[in-house]
Design a binder for this molecule. Structure first.
Ligand SMILES: [Fe+2]
Length: 171
């Protein structure tokens, strides 16, 4: 389950409801979709096309609900792991402060990652996401993203427009 780390006062939040409230207060949507619907036979790292389709099918009702609420048009599954070709090049695009012209919408299937959130006028928050966590970082919200030490994550992504996910750097 997601945890929040407030850098300024070194405060850790681990309670799921509190995570939702804290993120909601800065306009970031957090939901706990959980892992009980996850297909049982996923490979540990790189998912094949059939496994990706199984993940999308398992969470189709949740995807449909969020898409209807927010106007997302497409969904896919991305998988990154230590052997992913050009992993460092890919990660370097998103580990600097940036924003997008579309929401950044992620549901974590496997692995972990950290969105660092920079709300205007508010404290910086490191939001570590685990399997079963869903987050929407709104368009134009300044953030960056890194993997954890095990360098692997599989996530569902929802898009209004795939082109909207280009990073626009802040500094
Ligand atoms: Fe981003």
């Amino acid at each position: 389950m997601a945890t929040l780390w407030f850098r300024a006062d070194q405060r850790l939040v681990t309670d799921t409801a509190e995570v939702g409230r804290e993120l909601g207060a800065i306009g970031v949507t957090y939901e706990r979709w959980g892992t009980t619907k996850m297909p049982a036979n996923l490979s540990s790292r790189a998912l094949g096309d059939a496994e990706k389709q199984a993940v999308l099918a398992a969470f189709a009702p949740d995807i449909a609900r969020r898409s209807a609420q927010c106007g997302y048009k497409t969904a896919d599954v991305v998988t990154l792991y230590p052997d992913t070709p050009n992993l460092d090049v890919m990660l370097a695009k998103f580990d600097k402060k940036h924003g997008h012209t579309d929401d950044e919408v992620r549901f974590v299937v496997q692995g972990r990652g950290v969105f660092t959130l920079f709300p205007e006028g508010g404290p910086v928050i490191d939001a570590e996401l685990h399997p079963g966590d869903f987050i929407t970082v709104p368009k134009d919200f300044t953030h960056h993203f890194v993997l954890c030490a095990d360098r692997q994550i599989t996530a569902i992504r929802l898009f209004t427009d795939v082109g909207g996910w280009v990073a626009h750097y802040r500094d």
